[in-house]
Design a protein around this ligand. Structure first.
Ligand SMILES: [Zn+2]
Length: 584
């Protein structure tokens, strides 16, 4: 699994507190010895997500996800196992030992591409501040009311109006043109010979990853020229559908305010940041994707869409609303007065006025009705029908039925028809679609109480691990947790039995989740019951299975004295076992 040494993984683990890590993402409340919160992996209103500091694991009883701090980051931040170790090692101030293997080449390319972006950013900034052309760019930025601090703090730069200034600069540093192309900063000439700079005569805005590393650029042309905005293409380090401009700066503010403001462009965002409105992000010249939505979902459920009031902006707003509703967001729409975009509005009216309007943003439904009523005359039956056809498919996307129904009344009132008529139409729209939301998978075979408690006993008290030697393969027949018990037996032999170690080695994830569930669930057994009772419970089931097999043979006519003796002996053994409830 990892080319990182196991003892280093253990070191990172012991230097990490899972409560500390998770509470950076999910608000947690103390509940007895553990912590509870709303699960980030499924939609819920009452907390079923538990974090256990003693065992350093989490488990959600709603969707059955569970694991250790590494697993949490893998799920939450979509990291690989190795990346999760690196991240937690970084938090703990530990240096990851160098490793080798196929992953290394890829990592090496990524780090080279990241270094190229850093160098390019440095170059663009230097050109902005120390060249005659740069002075023109600064004048332009000042005209747009950007302060020197903003220009510096947000790493804004300038790409000269030349074909190879960045290429020349980077090749002097020993970077090959192919890599500069790979980083999205150069384009190969059509002749097949050589490259030229992608960005020329543009104000350059660095686009950062969630961790704040520069991974791409957005370039605004200086003066007239096409295209007005040009962005880096996708690259091994830049995936457009999962990067939002400003996200790394905005995420804390989004969490604090409980709202994310979605804008169209980075210039809008920059203006908002400068004014102190920090909870804003922009999709960089692409339509909003579900990847973007999921990114935001980790921090908030509420989004205010504030796009430019022109036709293109309104169409983009409409598409974003569709997607955000589908992803379960509470969506508000802000249309600024006098046809202003966020950039112009904030410059003209300031932060307070802007934030007031954000707090009063209309519900998406009012926005949709408004937009539709520009196109249809709702005074006529045909207009009413067109309005419903326009708005209902959007409402149909809201996953929560109760919430969906909440929009029936306002829509009926506006269109001047009965609630019933709207409802009928809505049903038609919702039911013609395939179900969009899957329920979390539930295991088909339940874990029996005895197996569950047995595993818990053994992992909780080391002296109970001796019982593992007594567990036979036949005891595990038909048990959901059989692979866990087998792994425990092996770990006991090598002397490395622990919950952590098991979570590392168990495959697939469903088994890990099974284990975290077992270790998180409260035990229904009294203190007088023990691992011995649990094993007895399993054994009774095993012998009963054998007994019915033998009786089956007997019934089929295979009658001899041996069989009868065996049946009697089995029945007696079952009798002598203590009684323990084995059904969960
Ligand atoms: Zn969950």
């Amino acid at each position: 699994m990892a080319s990182i040494p196991q003892d280093f993984i253990e070191l990172v683990r012991s230097s990490t507190d899972i409560v500390n890590v998770i509470s950076g993402y999910v608000p947690l409340k103390a509940s007895g010895k553990s912590f509870k919160g709303l699960c980030p992996f499924h939609n819920e209103k009452t907390p079923s997500f538990h974090v256990n500091p003693e065992r350093q694991i989490f488990h959600c009883f709603g969707c059955n996800e569970g694991g250790d701090a590494f697993k949490f980051l893998m799920l939450y931040d979509k990291l690989s196992f190795v990346e999760s170790i690196e991240q937690l090692a970084g938090r703990a101030g530990l240096q990851v030992p160098r490793r080798s293997g196929p992953a290394q080449k890829e990592d090496k390319e990524r780090s080279v591409l990241l270094r190229i972006q850093d160098e390019a950013a440095k170059f663009f900034q230097e050109r902005l501040h120390h060249s005659p052309e740069g002075a023109r760019a600064i004048a332009y930025l000042r005209k747009r009311d950007f302060t020197d601090e903003t220009i510096r703090d947000y790493g804004i730069g300038f790409a000269p109006d030349q074909w190879s200034s960045l290429l020349d600069y980077l090749s002097k540093k020993g970077v090959r043109a192919e890599l500069i192309e790979r980083a999205g900063l150069a384009i190969p000439r059509k002749s097949g010979q050589g490259h030229y700079d992608r960005f020329r005569n543009r104000v350059m805005i660095p686009i950062a990853s969630e961790m704040g590393r520069t991974i791409a650029f957005g370039g605004r042309i200086l003066g007239d020229g096409e295209p007005k905005y040009l962005n880096s293409p996708e690259s091994p380090i830049y995936n457009k559908s999962s990067v939002l401009y400003g996200f790394h700066r905005a995420k804390d503010a989004i969490r604090k305010t409980g709202t994310a403001i979605l804008m169209e462009g980075y210039m809008d965002c920059l203006q908002a940041y400068q004014a102190g409105v920090k909870n804003t992000v922009a999709s960089c010249g692409t339509s909003l994707t579900s990847g973007h939505a999921r990114l935001l979902k980790r921090y908030t459920d509420k989004i205010v869409v504030n796009f430019d009031p022109d036709d293109a902006g309104m169409r983009a707003a409409r598409r974003s609303i569709d997607l955000l509703l589908e992803e379960g967001f509470d969506v508000g729409v802000l249309t600024l007065p006098d046809g202003l975009d966020p950039d112009n509005f904030i410059r003209a009216h300031g932060r307070e006025h802007y934030e007031k309007l954000v707090s009063e943003a209309t519900s998406f439904i009012a926005f949709l009705i408004q937009e539709a009523s520009k196109r249809y005359d709702v005074g006529t039956p045909r207009g009413k029908a067109a309005l419903l056809d326009d708005v209902l498919p959007v409402i149909g996307k809201i996953p929560n039925r109760v919430e969906r129904m909440g929009y029936v009344g306002p829509l009926a009132e506006y269109a001047g028809i009965t609630d019933g008529a709207v409802l009928d139409e809505l049903r038609r729209h919702v039911e013609t679609k395939a179900p969009r939301f899957k329920l979390p998978a539930v295991e088909a075979t339940p874990v029996k109480l005895a197996e569950r408690e047995l595993i818990r006993w053994i992992l909780s008290s080391p002296e109970d691990s001796a019982i593992l030697d007594e567990i036979e393969e036949e005891d595990l027949e038909g048990l959901v947790t059989a692979p866990i018990v087998r792994a425990m037996k092996e770990e006991k032999i090598t002397g490395t039995l622990s919950t952590d170690r098991l979570l590392d080695r168990l495959e697939p994830d469903a088994l890990k989740n099974q284990l975290t569930r077992i270790m998180t669930e409260p035990s229904p057994l009294g203190p007088r019951q023990s691992s011995r009772d649990c094993l007895n419970g399993l054994r009774r089931e095993r012998w009963q299975r054998e007994l019915s097999r033998l009786r089956g043979q007997q019934a089929q006519g295979a009658d001899d004295d041996n069989l009868t003796a065996e049946i009697l002996s089995l029945a007696r053994r079952i009798e002598t076992l203590g009684r323990v409830e084995t059904r969960a």
